[in-house]
Design a protein around this ligand. Structure first.
Ligand code: FES
Length: 82
């Protein structure tokens, strides 16, 4: 099995008028993934800010958009078999 790493965008924009993943709770996603034992890294902006919070899986490169705490367990499980 290939080691999987979850990259979680933690970019925060100063203006509340501009979307950012940190403003949508992405830092909590990192904590949840770590609780599950995942390899996880905070990431800079992926350029998909309007669809945040954004998680990218390496090595597949797959993106997940609009991720919330409720999605984390399923995303983790989906990517364990790669
Ligand atoms: S702020 Fe997360 S993708 Fe841009």
């Amino acid at each position: 099995m290939t080691d999987v790493t979850f990259l979680v965008c933690t970019n925060r924009r100063l203006s509340e008028q501009n979307a950012s993943c940190a403003a949508r709770g992405s830092e909590l996603l990192i904590a949840k993934l770590r609780e599950l034992g995942a390899n996880v890294q905070a990431s800079c902006c992926f350029g998909h800010c309007a669809k945040g919070a954004v998680v990218r899986v390496i090595p597949s490169g797959k993106f997940y958009y609009g991720v919330t705490e409720d999605d984390i367990s399923e995303i983790f499980e989906q990517n364990q078999a790669e």
